[in-house]
Ligand binder design. Structure first.
Ligand code: ZN
Length: 74
């Protein structure tokens, strides 16, 4: 009965469907608890700051083999 479905929280842009990786580690239960929450973030897809809903957020599996796709300056 181990519910260790943890992952890195990615907030999804409602307009473009783009994912913003927050790097925050969440369990599925944690995400359920805050699904009514919203967060104001700068969206690199829209190039503006808008609200992201945790209800739309996804948990990305943690893959220890691959480094995060950091492109540095954009
Ligand atoms: Zn956006």
């Amino acid at each position: 009965m181990e519910e260790q479905a943890a992952g890195l929280l990615a907030l999804v842009c409602a307009k473009t469907g783009g994912e913003i990786n927050t790097g925050a580690l969440y369990r599925r239960a944690d995400l359920e608890r805050v699904r009514d929450a919203k967060l104001m973030l700068h969206c690199r897809f829209c190039r503006e700051t808008h609200l992201f809903r945790f209800a739309d957020a996804r948990l990305k599996p943690i893959d220890g083999n691959k480094p995060p796709p950091s492109t540095g300056t954009d």
